[in-house]
Design a protein around this ligand. Sequence first.
Ligand code: NAI
Length: 331
Amino acid sequence: SKNAVRVLVTGAAGQIGYALVPMVARGAMLGPDQPVILHMLDIEPAAEALNGVKMELIDAAFPLLKDVIATTDVVEACTGVDIAVMVGGFPRKEGMERKDVMSKNVSIYKAQASALEKHANTDCKVLVVANPANTNALILKEFAPSIPEKNITCLTRLDHNRALGQISERLDIQVSDVKNVIIWGNHSSTQYPDVSHATVTSSDGQNPARELIADDQWLRTEFIKTVQQRGAAIIKARKLSSALSAASSACDHIRDWVLGTPKGTWVSMGVYSDGSYGIPSGLIYSFPVTCEKGEWSIVQGLKIDEFSRTKMDATANELIEEKSLAYSCLN
Ligand code: NAI
């Protein structure tokens, strides 16, 4: 039988952590025949709650779950891990300046970068979920120079899945019949959900989603806004932020990265820009990617119209600004 894969989840005592760890233990992330060992990290004030999560994991008797480590020690948490899902972070609280939140997260991600670099397996794949996700991932990359940059990503799959969901609702079709939407840029309200290349499968083959929707005005306004502000809408409804959808999308991200994307299908991932589509290199930016043999590559050659160009640049500019704010926190 297969060797167990070690999966680190930071912030594991939090909301997303609580939704995510059972999904990992059931095989939703790495497949139904892949044993896993969970490494759960949180901070001291959450230590007791974290231990409660460990008790529940034991009680659930997951056949694939070979061991559980619950710890507040970063080194113990990172040692030997193959996959690292970084959910822990400092949330923005009422009255806090953006710079203060950034500063807290920059120091967390700088420290965790070093621990991963020293103690994780070589070729460990890293997914940053905690906000500001793109910039946290960038800090992690900069302070873990020996981890290949292609191994450090951030989560925009939730936004991608939200876009698929909105199209399927609008056309009253199954979500599994929609594919190849794109989230460009930052996991923030400047992200650009793009339907220009999306397709819908039906009994008469594959057709452009844009033609079937036949309402560019809706696609350029309400659709974009709904996806951009979905996180806020969930908070308003639940009085808590998205957790099950974030956890599920994190599993989708890692599963497709490790096991590959289906032929003809791409997904959105925040990855280190190589300058594709004129996006400045040196940013973690969400692109359409395909994955094969454990590696992602940016989908090339898509035609970008003027409307898309403006939106793609605006979200890149926000990331440039976030990057300089992050660097100003380092000094
Ligand atoms: P939460 O507040 O319920 O949980 C966060 C956990 O992280 C807490 O248990 C906290 O103790 C822990 N933590 C704080 N500092 C830590 C550190 N230095 N090391 C390890 N653990 C630490 O928050 P929730 O709802 O689980 O969200 C987690 C993060 O994910 C937030 O930053 C949120 O904004 C972000 N998020 C990102 C999404 C995306 O699509 N990229 C979607 C939804 C949320």
